[in-house]
Design a protein around this ligand. Structure first.
Ligand code: UDP
Ligand code: MG
Length: 311
């Protein structure tokens, strides 16, 4: 049986939501008869997620499972799913039902009208703190301003992609993966479907602020050389300012035997100032070099321990 639609769901400690997710997804996917598959990726969960997922696979052959050898992260899990799908269209969705599966048919409709990527765009977010909310809001605007590509603002990882797009993404084996940026990068015809982001169905977020920051940095460094330009600009600015101060000191000191600014403070300030600038610049360079290092080592993006219900 050929697969029309593949739905990829990463799972990390999602024992509380997996059943409800399965129920809701199946209810929606029912309309595609036998031509759908649900691909669960267990991303090194430490709770009962794996057992429950295996049970589902056992009951229903449409549910397939990829089990990672440890936690490789959300973006790696999505990648594994895409590597293994066979669908004409591929949907990625979070496990916690924050992205309503009921939107999927609407996405498929847009695809039918000739779009190869349909982003789910959050109109509203429920149940997230004001600080997190503001940080996310600013981040997307910043990213859009600093990158050359047109990254869809406020779109998480709820989207539909055509087979063509997935095939292109599969060729991109970069290690620091920021999939929403990569999807925008590949091009094709892209559109958006708006939805209200619900509260998590159960459990806690698996994206603590630390992981969110890591994802944001991946996004910025993977798609822009803006940070390198800032340090260059600060460098120019500082050199110019110090030059002016030096000129001022030389000129203002000229007629007097006594200096107007004590010499040691002057030197101290300039050394401190330039030292700081140099450290910042080196730090930014270091970020990119770290990435080059990660890219050049031959480690895979994820390790699969087992997979179930794939032919
Ligand atoms: N997730 C994952 N690996 C991780 C962290 C998260 O596979 O290391 C999954 C998680 O199970 C969920 C999705 O990624 O299906 C999004 O996570 P979450 O809902 O916790 O993020 P939030 O919606 O709070 O940003
Ligand atoms: Mg969530």
């Amino acid at each position: 049986m050929s697969t029309f639609i593949s739905v990829i769901v990463p799972l990390y400690n999602e024992e509380l939501v997996i059943h409800e997710l399965y129920k809701k997804l199946t209810a929606v996917l029912h309309r595609y008869k036998d031509e759908y598959e649900i691909i669960l990726i267990n991303d090194g969960s430490r709770d009962k997620t794996l057992q429950l997922a295996k049970q589902l696979c056992f009951q229903d052959k449409k549910v397939k499972l990829i089990n990672f050898s440890r936690n490789f992260g959300h973006q790696a899990a999505l990648t594994a799913g895409m590597d293994k799908t066979s669908g004409r269209v591929v949907v990625t969705i979070d496990a916690d039902l924050q992205d309503p599966p009921e939107i999927i048919p609407e996405m498929v409709k847009q695809w039918g009208e000739g779009y190869q990527v349909v982003h789910g765009v959050r109109k509203k977010r429920k149940g997230e703190g004001i600080f997190r909310h503001a940080a996310i809001f600013l981040f997307y605007r910043f990213l859009r301003k600093t990158t050359h590509i047109d990254i869809t603002v406020d779109s998480g990882d709820f989207r539909l992609m055509d087979r063509r797009v997935v095939d292109e993404l599969k060729k991109m084996r970069e290690k620091n993966r920021y999939i929403r940026g990569m999807v925008s990068w590949v091009g094709f015809r892209q559109t958006e479907v708006e939805y209200v982001r619900e509260k998590r169905f159960a459990g806690k977020t698996k994206y603590p602020f630390r992981k969110l920051v890591k994802l944001a940095i991946d996004g910025i460094l993977s798609f822009s050389s803006f940070p390198l330009k800032i340090s260059l600009a600060i460098g120019y600015f500082c050199s110019l300012v110090s030059l002016l101060i030096i000129l001022y000191a030389v000129i203002s000191n000229y007629p007097y035997p006594e200096p107007t600014i004590p010499g040691w403070i002057f030197v101290f300030l300039i050394v401190l100032f330039l030292g700081g600038i140099q450290l910042i610049t080196i730090g930014i360079l270091g970020q990119y070099i770290g990435r080059i290092y990660e890219q050049t080592n031959e480690r895979p993006i994820y390790i699969m321990e087992e997979h179930i219900n794939f032919e």
